[in-house]
Ligand binder design. Structure first.
Ligand SMILES: Cc1cc2nc3c(=O)[nH]c(=O)nc-3n(C[C@H](O)[C@H](O)[C@H](O)COP(=O)(O)O)c2cc1C
Length: 319
């Protein structure tokens, strides 16, 4: 089954499925695997310097000839150099979150690079369209990583009603039921982070993939209420420390110090207790470690069955 939407057309991809950027996780092998499977992979370059980014882009190009994206922080002090790399390497899509995107848009739009920001509030999505975004990923509070206050099921239709650009739904997706639900809400694709962490091509250590498989939808908490950098992570020893600091009304600096290096501890060193295991509530629905191709084909293939199941429930009035 082929599912065509304005998102597949805009990005030049086969299936309306995007791998959300993930710092310390979405390195070239995962990005290329998603793009090769007909979705859009996005390099999580939030912590990369320009040389590292160029290397990551070139490595991705060696692994795929399909479109892929790069995610950067608008407030990165090396923004100009990162943008030079993105333009010189002719990356197809640039993605970013909250922050002032003006310079990114000025530098990339004239080069024909597609701007695909992620937003977690209606007003931010509306603003992104005004600023020049070509499409917007709308991420609800269920999502892993930086967290919105509003649930995906409320946020997505609200944004769809307010903007003309295509909307991609993010936060809580992992299967065909989610894809069909997103389409019903008016989105034209889905973006998944947590689900792609638990795939064969994901570079994350096996200990972490297994920890995710064992976890339930009730096992995540949101940290960062004090610092303002809200992040949904799995409850573990590190998360308990964050909770303790909150109970003690500790100053923001202590929260920040506790968080330093903890993504690396999780996703490179594989420490399930003291690493910052960012993930969404959808972690409770993940039970296997497929390849990206198996996962994407399963989602698109099952979507047809989900649709006919729904249709079979509608009966003509009076019958
Ligand atoms: C481990 C992890 C790291 C993330 N890092 C980033 C990032 O660097 N930049 C970004 O825009 N979003 C980041 N996100 C958010 C994802 O791109 C995606 O929007 C989110 O995971 C979607 O929700 P889901 O986890 O329910 O699928 C991250 C998410 C996770 C789980």
């Amino acid at each position: 089954m082929a599912l065509k939407t304005r998102i597949t057309e805009l990005l030049g991809i086969k299936h309306p499925i995007i791998q959300g950027a993930m710092a310390w996780v979405s390195f070239p092998p995962l990005v290329a695997a998603v793009s090769n499977a007909g979705g859009l992979g996005i390099i999580g370059a939030g912590f990369m310097n320009p040389e590292e980014l160029r290397r990551a882009i070139r490595e991705t190009k060696e692994l795929t000839d399909k479109p892929f994206g790069v995610n950067i922080l608008p407030d990165n002090p090396q923004l100009e150099q990162l943008l030079d790399v993105i333009v010189e390497e002719k990356v197809k899509v640039v993605s970013y979150g909250i922050g002032n995107p003006q310079r990114i848009i000025e530098r990339t739009k004239p080069e024909g690079i597609i701007n695909l920001p992620t937003m977690g509030a209606v007003k931010h999505a509306v603003r992104a369209e005004k600023d020049g975004a070509d499409a917007v990923i709308v991420q609800g509070t269920e999502a892993g990583g930086h967290s919105s206050f509003v649930a995906t099921i409320v946020l997505v239709p609200k944004v769809v009603d307010k903007v003309k650009i295509p909307v991609v739904a993010a936060g809580g997706f992992c299967d065909a039921r989610g894809l069909v639900a997103a389409l019903a809400l008016g989105a034209e694709g889905i973006s998944m982070g947590t689900r792609f962490i638990v795939t064969k091509e994901s570079p994350v250590p096996q200990s972490i993939k297994e920890k995710y498989i064992q976890s339930s939808e009730e096992d995540t908490i949101i940290t960062g209420h004090v610092t303002g950098v809200r992040c949904r992570i799995l409850r573990n020893k590190l998360a308990e420390e964050f909770i303790k600091l909150g109970e003690q009304n500790a100053p923001p600096r202590e929260f920040m110090m506790l968080g330093v290096g903890k993504f690396r501890k999780a996703f490179i060193e594989g420490d399930p207790d003291w690493g910052s295991l960012a993930c969404g509530q959808v972690v409770g629905m993940i039970e296997d470690i497929p390849t990206c191709q198996e996962l994407i084909e399963r989602i698109v293939g099952d979507a047809e069955k989900v649709l006919s199941r729904i249709q079979s429930k509608f009966v003509a009035a009076g019958s």
